[in-house]
Structures are given as structure tokens and as C-alpha cells.
Design a protein around this ligand. Structure first.
Ligand SMILES: *Cc1c(COP(=O)(O)O)cnc(C)c1O
Length: 392
């Protein structure tokens, strides 16, 4: 699969990415779309994903840390000349990085008057988005402090700081109805109030943005002028309890696989891996997979998740047995007198079960459930040492 010698890979399906981008843009056609590529594009590779999104028509990218934003800006070069990059985590007391970001034309979030003053002090034209905390209690100015933020933004105009956006983030948009719905409605109300404060303060026209994937899909009144496309781009649902990836018509972009490194026959009563947490109840064929928690395979998957092994004779549903180690883990291949799989057969940890070459494989959602987390974390954790293979 890969040309490098690393045993294990993450395939990134560019056709699936383009398909998901189309789906999201069709479902909120009146809005501008920002492609979110933080955390190395949720593990998919920030630079190649950014390139693919620009090709798919995205004019704006969002990335959390300004350091990541600068990396993407530099790597894209002229290809990104017409692409706006928005970034919302500024390391405190790092004027150098801030200056570099402003010089590179990166648009920055401001939550405090001090943020605005620091950006104005750089002395070159800058574009900012004022952030209001509407109930997430993460970044953003509390609504009672928002008038002061607006006043500072208006004053900073003379120093070349242009406020181009007002934004916030929803905390409970992945659920509909009940308490979560009330929380979202409340956030929209507070956002509305912030927009009024900005208008009263004389801020003029700005781009208003509140919704990520779940907000735009499930709370149309949160769409405003621009929506921020994250998990949906990567072909995963924001909440499988509410709507599955298949129901949303999305296609998982990342597939993680590895060749079987060893196949052997264990005698009944033999324990497997650290701590011997799994013991063969009868004679069993096992396979060794050369990926581990050092690659981002959660250790919580020990004795819980499964992989699909593609052999000449068909697909084996192979549960993980024993503990996941740093670089490898063991799966159960089945019983019988002859080996059910061969060294070099492909094991798929998770991917798109509807694709012909990974038919029936586990999904990131299944891994998330097994590991008590969310699909976001399953793909984002896949570490940099696993080679990405771009297809299409
Ligand atoms: C991660 C993130 C998004 C995208 O969220 P998804 O749920 O992945 O669509 C949007 N906005 C902000 C501020 C984020 O941190």
C-alpha cells in the first residue's frame, strides 16, 4: 500500500472528502463555508486537506493555533493567495508569532480588549473576529463585557485593525430537543444580543458565524452568514445517536490499516499480551498487528474493539485480544487446523464499510463506542508516525 517501509498506514480518500464538501455546501447553500483543518485536519493532514478544500471551492480555512495556521499558509504558498485563514488560539506573550500571523494575513479571534490592543500594537493592518461567549464558557467575552470589546474594536480601526466577523461556538448542537435544544436556543439568543450590541456600537457590516457541522445540519437558525465545516468534511457524523454517517450521506475519509505481521496457533490456556488479560479458551489462531498506542490506537480498545482481516478466502472479523501495546496488538483469527490468514494480509482497523475494498470493516464510530470516546478523537489521535497515503 505504501512505498515507505512503515508497517501500517492511514489512507485519505480525496474523492470522499470532495463528496462530503459538496454535501455540506448543498445542505447550507446560502452560507459561506469555512473548512476546519485544526489538529492536522483531524489527523488527515492539514496541508493536503487544505489544498483539496481549496480545489473544492473553499475560500476560507479555520485552524486553532496560529502556529498551525502559519505552517499551512507557508506550505500552500501562492495556491492560497485568495484563501482566508482564520485562527483562534494565540499563545500569550508571543508578540513575535502574533506579528508573523498578522503579516501573513491570518485573521485572528479577539476575546478581550487586551487581545485587540496587542494586535493593534503590531502596527500593520489586521483583520479580527470578535468572539462572544454565548454559553460554552470557553473563549469569548461574556455578553456583559461585549460592549467594551466592541468599543475597543471601533477605536482600533484607526490603527488598522478591521473587525470582519463576530462569532461564537455552540456547546450542545449535536443534540436536538430537550435541555440541549434549550441550551442552543439560549446561545442563539445571546448571539443575537451580541450582534445588536455591535450594531449599536457602530461596528458596521461583519460576517456572523456560530455553527459547526452539527449546528448547520440540525439547527438551521444558527447558520447566519458562514458555517464552520469540521467533522462532516471528514465523513463522520457529529453524533451517531442522532444521525449516522450513512444517514447523513457522508463518506468516511480515513481508513487505517496494517499488514498482519505474524500468524500463529496458540494452545488453549495461553495468555496474550501484558498482564495476560486474555487467555485462549481453546486452541486459537492469532494475528499480530504492527500498530499500537504509539500510533494513536487507544489502549482502551484492549479486549474491546475489532478489526477486519481481508484474506484470500474472505473477510475475518477479528476481535482485539489482550492489551494494546505501544507498537502492536494481537487479534483473534479463529480456530481450525489450517491458518485462516497469512502474513501480509491486510487488517483494517476502521474505515468506510461501504467501500468495495474495505467492505464490512469497523467504523470510527464503533471504535469510539468501544473506547468511550467520540469519532473525532479516534481519527485525530492517529499519530504522525503513521504514513498518510492520499488517494484520488
Ligand atoms: C472544531 C471546531 C469547529 C468544527 O466542529 P465540528 O463539530 O468538527 O464541525 C468549528 N468551530 C470551532 C471553533 C471549532 O473549534
Amino acid at each position: 500500500m505504501t512505498e515507505c517501509a512503515y508497517a501500517g498506514w492511514a489512507r485519505i480518500d480525496n474523492a470522499a472528502l470532495a463528496h462530503n464538501a459538496r454535501m455540506l455546501r448543498q445542505s447550507a447553500p446560502a452560507q459561506e463555508h469555512m473548512g476546519i483543518v485544526k489538529a492536522d485536519a483531524y489527523g488527515h493532514g492539514a496541508v493536503p486537506v487544505s489544498r483539496a478544500l481549496i480545489e473544492a471551492g473553499y475560500r476560507m480555512l479555520g485552524i486553532a493555533q496560529i502556529d498551525e495556521a502559519l505552517t499551512v499558509r507557508r506550505a500552500l504558498g501562492a495556491a492560497a493567495d485568495n484563501t482566508r485563514i482564520f485562527s483562534w488560539i494565540i499563545p500569550p506573550a508571543h508578540e513575535g508569532a502574533l506579528r508573523e500571523a498578522v503579516r501573513a494575513g491570518i485573521e485572528l479571534s479577539a476575546s478581550t480588549v487586551a487581545d485587540i490592543l496587542a494586535i493593534a500594537a503590531i502596527g500593520i493592518p489586521a483583520r479580527i473576529h470578535l468572539k462572544v461567549d454565548t454559553g460554552m464558557s470557553r473563549a469569548g467575552a461574556l455578553i456583559e463585557d461585549f460592549p467594551a470589546l466592541v468599543a475597543a474594536a471601533v477605536q482600533a480601526r484607526d490603527r488598522g485593525v478591521e473587525t470582519v466577523g463576530i462569532w461564537s461556538h455552540l456547546a450542545c448542537a449535536d443534540e436536538v430537543g430537550g435541555l440541549a435544544q434549550r441550551a442552543t436556543d439560549r446561545q442563539i439568543e445571546i448571539f443575537q444580543r451580541a450582534l445588536e450590541i455591535a450594531a449599536e456600537g457602530g461596528l458596521g457590516h461583519v460576517t456572523r458565524h456560530l455553527a459547526a457541522t452539527s449546528g448547520q445540519l440540525w439547527h438551521p437558525s444558527a447558520r447566519y452568514d458562514l458555517v464552520r465545516d469540521g467533522i462532516g468534511l471528514y465523513g463522520l457524523t457529529p453524533n451517531p445517536q442522532h444521525a449516522t454517517t450513512v444517514e447523513l450521506g457522508l463518506r468516511p475519509v480515513m481508513t487505517v490499516g496494517a499488514p498482519l505481521m505474524l500468524v500463529k496457533h496458540l494452545r488453549a490456556g495461553t495468555a496474550v499480551s501484558y498482564g495476560g488479560t486474555w487467555t485462549a479458551p481453546h486452541d486459537t489462531w492469532i494475528g499480530l498487528i504492527p500498530l499500537g498506542y504509539g500510533d494513536g490506537v487507544p489502549r482502551l480498545a484492549s479486549n474491546r474493539a475489532r478489526v477486519s482481516v481481508y484474506t484470500e478466502a474472505g473477510v475475518i472479523d477479528a476481535p482485539i485480544i489482550g492489551r494494546v501495546c505501544m507498537d502492536q496488538f494481537v487479534v483473534k483469527l479463529g480456530q481450525g487446523t489450517s491458518a485462516p490468514a497469512r502474513i501480509g494480509d491486510t487488517a483494517i482497523l476502521f474505515g468506510d464499510p461501504s467501500r468495495a475494498d474495505t467492505r464490512g470493516c469497523p467504523t470510527a464510530d464503533e471504535w469510539a463506542e468501544a473506547c468511550q470516546t467520540i469519532n473525532y478523537e479516534i481519527v485525530t489521535r492517529i499519530g504522525p508516525r503513521v504514513p498518510r497515503v492520499y488517494e484520488g
